[in-house]
Ligand binder design. Structure first.
Ligand SMILES: C[S@@+](CC[C@H](N)C(=O)[O-])C[C@H]1O[C@@H](n2cnc3c(N)ncnc32)[C@H](O)[C@@H]1O
Length: 254
């Protein structure tokens, strides 16, 4: 039985677009936001269902149907650094075509966040979590980093499934006014971000490229005390999205 489950997992992990969900919260978000969850393995099924009943009763029936118990030692052959919640799952990410269509869809519920060539997996996860929370239309990255890397999924708590996340080139950017956040821009308080904006942020070390700067409809700065050179990437995204949200009437959809 264990061997069969492990074999099924290894086959599933080879499926195109398969992603590992490590721990309860990414799994909860994947189920809640309609992710295609294929297999759920846990070291303690009763404890997992109790956790779901306490923290996320909406996903408890799906977990009850999917979760299968395996000895912890067997689970650790698949995920050596097993999350303290003792559960791992396999899901399939939405196709690039589906994400591209969602990003191109108009009118948008909120801005698209563009991260130009980000380097830090934790930053990208934090940004995806912010975008999902604020109700942004999606997160686009350029460069080599895979925004669906397992460490990014851990950082986003699985909220990739609540927004569109895709790697594109600058030439493929979704349409919409391009507001580039840069410490040398004009004061953010003098502008408003429309719902169809693309809010762009530069790479952690070098900031915004000349190419992105040249494409910008405007360059916008969050003012800083003299002597401070920049904010962290994810906190800058938080401020940009908060600025967008602050320009909307209260009580509307996020
Ligand atoms: C860590 S910063 C990059 C630092 C880089 N040395 C620079 O001078 O831009 C990463 C990104 O966060 C955004 N950012 C950081 N501080 C900002 C500020 N005060 N105003 C607007 N955007 C900011 C920008 O998009 C920036 O490219």
């Amino acid at each position: 039985m264990n061997e069969e489950l492990l074999r099924a997992w290894r086959t599933g992990a080879e499926e195109p677009g398969a992603v590992l969900l490590d721990g309860f919260h990414p799994l909860k978000h994947a189920l809640r936001f309609g992710g295609a969850v294929r297999q759920v393995l846990t070291a303690d099924r009763a404890a997992l269902l109790a956790l779901a009943a306490e923290l996320a009763p909406d996903v408890a029936p799906a977990l009850d149907a999917l979760a299968v118990e395996l000895p912890e030692a067997a689970l650790r052959t698949l995920a050596p650094r097993l999350h303290p919640t003792g559960v791992i799952a396999l899901a399939v990410r939405p196709t690039a075509a589906a994400n591209r269509a969602a990003l191109a869809d108009r009118p948008r519920p909120g801005p698209v966040v563009l991260l130009e060539n980000p380097r830090n997996l934790g930053n990208v996860g934090a940004v995806i979590r912010l975008a999902a929370g604020f109700g942004a239309a999606g997160v686009v990255t350029t460069g080599e980093l895979d925004p669906w890397h397992p460490a990014v999924l851990r950082g986003s708590a699985g909220l990739h499934f609540a927004t569109a996340v895709e790697r594109l080139t600058l030439a493929e950017l979704p349409a919409g006014p391009l507001h580039v956040l840069d410490p040398e821009g004009t004061d953010i308080r003098a502008t408003a971000f429309p719902d169809d904006a693309v809010l762009a942020f530069g790479t952690e070390r070098h900031g915004v490229s000349a190419e992105l700067r040249a494409r910008a409809d405007e360059l916008v700065a969050v003012p800083m005390r003299p002597g401070v050179s920049s904010f962290n990437l994810a906190t800058s995204v938080a401020m940009g999205l908060f600025h967008w949200m602050s320009g909307r009437p209260p009580g509307g959809p996020a």
